[in-house]
Design a protein around this ligand. Structure first.
Ligand SMILES: [Zn+2]
Length: 247
């Protein structure tokens, strides 16, 4: 079988470039960094939300600790004053002295109770602060990994872009060598046939859809002039004769 005209042979080179460009586009879209980043964004969102809750809890507990501390101040002061009066020996009336000693005992219990309350909220504050610190460090970790993912994504995207630009340049050069009507036909078929507009006729087989030609079609193609644009009967792609004999 004779080879097709050079313009048609150019279509195969053009097809190779278009396939390469489509593969690069696919690689850029399916970089694993895209999925990893959207997952990390979800995790970051959850952590940020939890952190808002943790900060509010810490702030509330700080107020509680301050209040517990403030509650203790007048009670402690009163006990000190009472103790000073006892120590000074100015209260001589036994009834008054007993009442004073009772009050000191009562104030002691009250102070102990208030100190228990203070201790309790201080412990809660310590736990809440720990949770806040843990969330903060988890958030930092996620943000660091996101920065690394973005850098990696951008680096690979730039590399793929550069490769694509190179292929696009070659493609444009090849396209200029193909007559406009043939190029338009190729582009039209390519648009509806999975980016494959032209396929080599290999042996008796269309390399576009892999189907074998019928003997009648093959017989017709054997005698077709080099300028004739052959189409696969099955997939309608442009069949380019490369000059190899049908096997
Ligand atoms: Zn075909």
């Amino acid at each position: 079988m004779k080879a097709a005209a050079p313009a048609q042979l150019r279509l195969l080179d053009l097809q190779a470039e278009d396939t390469a460009i489509a593969q690069l586009e696919h690689r850029r879209r399916s970089l694993p960094e895209h999925a990893a980043l959207s997952e990390a964004r979800v995790v970051r969102g959850r952590l940020q939300e939890s952190l808002v809750g943790a900060r509010t809890k810490v702030a509330d507990l700080q107020v509680d600790v301050e209040k517990a501390e403030a509650d203790l101040v007048p009670v402690r002061e009163r006990r000190v004053r009472d103790q000073q009066r006892v120590d000074a020996g100015t209260v001589t009336d036994p009834k008054q002295l007993n009442a004073l000693l009772d009050e000191i005992t009562h104030l002691g219990r009250r102070i102990s109770d208030l100190e228990d309350v203070e201790l309790e909220v201080m412990e809660q504050l310590e736990i809440a602060t720990g949770e806040q610190e843990m969330l903060t460090s988890e958030l930092t970790e996620v943000e660091n990994s996101m920065r690394a993912l973005i850098a990696s994504r951008d680096e690979q995207t730039a590399q793929l872009d550069a490769e694509q630009t190179a292929h696009q340049g070659v493609r444009d050069g090849l396209a200029a060598e193909v007559p406009a009507d043939l190029l338009a036909l190729y582009d039209r078929i390519r648009a509806r046939a999975g980016n494959l507009g032209a396929a080599a006729l290999k042996g008796r087989r269309c390399s576009g859809c892999q189907l074998e030609l019928t003997p009648i079609a093959l017989a017709g193609y054997l005698d077709a002039p080099a300028d004739d644009v052959l189409r696969c009967e099955e997939c309608e792609r442009i069949l380019v004769r490369t000059g190899a004999d049908p096997a």
